[in-house]
Design a protein around this ligand. Structure first.
Ligand code: GLV
Ligand code: MN
Ligand code: MN
Length: 408
C-alpha cells in the first residue's frame, strides 16, 4: 500500500493557506496577487515531486509525470471565493501533491503515471471552472474577451496583470488519460449528520445564473405619491418574493436557489431607486428542472413588469454548468479503498456544489471523493474539517490511485 505522509500533508495544506490568509479563512480569488503567488509555490512543489511543471495561459498549474503509460490526472482548484474557506479546492490540490510526493519516494509505485493540477477560477470570479474548461477545449474565446468580474475588471486585463497574456493555454491530450479524480470537502452536512467519513460522489448538480434588471425612475422619497412611483427596488422585492413562491411550488427534492447579490441605485435612504439588479442562481441535478426554473423566472419577470411601472429584463449572469454523472468504473476504486480503510463509514452521495470534475466529466471519466465539513459550513471563513478526516481522505485517495493504475 502507498502510505501518505500525514505530517507533510497538513504542513503543505497550512502553507497553501498562508497565501491570502485572513482570519481563519482565505481571500485568494483567481488572479489576485495571493493566488498567483500560491501558483508559483505550487509549481515549485510539483517540480519537487518529480513532475515537469508549468503554469498555463489561464493560470492552471500542471505537473506532468515522466513515466510512460496511461496516466491519471488528479487535483482541484487553488482559487477561493472572495471570502472563502481554507480547504475549498485547496484540499484536493494538496492531496494531489502529497500523492505525487509519496509516489516519488516509493520504490514499489514510483513508476505509476500520475499528473496533477491546480485549476483556475472554479469559483467564478470571471468564468466558473475557467481552468477546467480551457484544458478540455470548451472555453469560448469570445466569452474570454468579454468576461468581467463583479467590479467590472476584465479577464483579459487580469491575465495581463498576472503576466499570462502571452503564455499558451494547455489542452489536455485525451488519449493520455484514464480519467480525472478530485477530492474535496463536502461543504454540506450530510456526512457529519450521518456519522460518515468518506463520501463517494455519484453526480454533480448543474448551475444557472440569471440577472434581473429593474428600470424605473429615480425620484424624491417625500414628494412622490405612492401610486405614481416607478420604484425599481419595490419591483425587485416583489420579484424575489414571487420567485421564492413559484420555485418552491415547482422544486425537485434537491433543487436550491439563491438571490445572493442585489444592487440598488443610488442606494440612498431618501431617494426612490431608479435602477436595481438582483442575481438569481439555481441548481439541480436535472437539466429539465433547470429549464423549468428558467422558464418560471422569465414568467415571473413578465408578471412583475405588467403589474408595476417598472421595466424588468432578465439576462444570463454566468456561463451555465450542466449537471454531470461521475464514472462508476472510476469511483468503484474509491469505493474499494473506502471499504478497506473505513468499512462502515462511507456513503454514495450527490454533490450540491459544482466542481471542476463536472466539467472534466464531459471530457474523460471523472470521479470525486468527499470528506466531512465541520457543521456543514463552507464559502465562509469558518469552513474547517477535522485533521483525522483530512488525513484519512488523502489515504483513501492514494490507495484508490495506486489500485486503479495497477489494474490498467
Ligand atoms: C462552487 O464553489 C459552488 O459554488 O458550488
Ligand atoms: Mn471548490
Ligand atoms: Mn467553492
Amino acid at each position: 500500500m502507498l502510505r501518505i505522509n500525514a505530517e507533510r500533508l497538513i504542513r503543505d495544506l497550512l502553507h497553501l493557506r498562508a497565501f491570502g490568509s485572513q482570519s481563519s479563512g482565505v481571500v485568494r480569488p483567481a488572479f489576485s496577487q495571493a493566488d498567483m503567488q500560491a501558483r508559483y509555490w505550487l509549481r515549485e512543489q510539483f517540480e519537487q515531486a518529480g513532475l515537469t511543471s508549468r503554469i498555463d495561459g489561464v493560470g492552471n498549474v500542471l505537473g506532468f509525470s515522466p513515466h510512460p503509460g496511461k496516466a491519471l490526472l488528479i487535483g482541484s482548484h487553488a482559487d477561493s471565493q472572495p471570502t472563502g474557506g481554507w480547504l475549498d479546492g485547496a484540499m484536493g490540490v494538496i492531496y494531489a501533491l502529497e500523492i505525487a510526493k509519496s509516489l516519488s519516494e516509493s520504490d514499489s509505485y514510483r513508476h505509476l503515471p500520475v499528473d496533477i493540477v491546480a485549476l483556475q477560477d472554479e469559483e467564478s470570479r470571471f468564468i466558473g471552472c475557467l481552468g477546467a474548461k480551457s484544458l478540455t477545449g470548451v472555453l469560448d474565446d469570445h466569452v474570454v474577451r468579454h468576461a468581467t468580474d463583479k467590479d467590472g475588471i476584465r479577464l483579459v486585463d487580469a491575465l495581463e496583470a498576472a503576466g499570462l497574456s502571452e503564455v499558451p493555454r494547455e489542452r489536455l491530450d485525451r488519449t493520455r488519460y484514464i480519467g480525472f479524480l478530485e477530492a474535496h470537502i463536502e461543504q454540506g452536512p450530510t456526512l457529519e449528520v450521518n456519522s460518515k467519513r468518506i463520501g463517494i460522489v455519484t453526480e454533480i448538480v448543474g448551475v444557472r445564473g440569471l440577472k434581473a434588471i429593474f428600470r424605473g425612475q429615480q425620484n424624491h422619497a417625500g414628494t412622490t405619491m405612492m401610486a405614481l412611483r416607478r420604484d425599481a427596488s419595490t419591483a425587485l422585492y416583489a420579484f424575489a418574493h414571487r420567485i421564492n413562491q413559484v420555485f418552491a411550488a415547482h422544486a425537485a427534492e434537491r433543487s436550491v436557489w439563491t438571490m445572493g447579490r442585489a444592487k440598488l441605485v443610488p442606494n440612498a435612504t431618501s431617494i426612490i431607486p431608479g435602477y436595481a439588479e438582483l442575481d438569481l442562481q439555481f441548481r439541480d441535478a436535472s437539466e429539465s428542472q433547470l429549464d423549468r426554473f428558467t422558464a418560471l423566472a422569465y414568467e415571473t419577470a413578465d408578471e412583475i413588469a405588467k403589474s408595476s411601472l417598472v421595466g424588468v429584463e432578465l439576462i444570463e449572469a454566468r456561463s451555465p454548468v450542466a449537471p454531470s454523472k461521475m464514472s462508476e468504473s472510476l469511483y468503484s476504486y474509491l469505493e474499494r479503498s473506502a471499504r478497506q480503510h473505513v468499512p462502515n463509514a462511507w456513503i454514495h452521495m450527490p454533490s450540491g456544489a459544482f466542481h471542476d470534475a463536472g466539467v472534466m466529466a464531459d471530457f474523460m471519466p471523472s470521479a470525486m471523493l468527499f470528506i466531512p465539513s465541520i457543521g456543514g459550513i463552507s464559502h465562509d471563513f469558518a469552513e474547517d474539517s477535522h485533521r483525522d478526516d483530512l488525513i484519512l481522505g488523502c489515504q483513501v485517495m492514494a490507495t484508490a490511485v495506486v489500485d486503479l493504475l495497477a489494474s490498467c
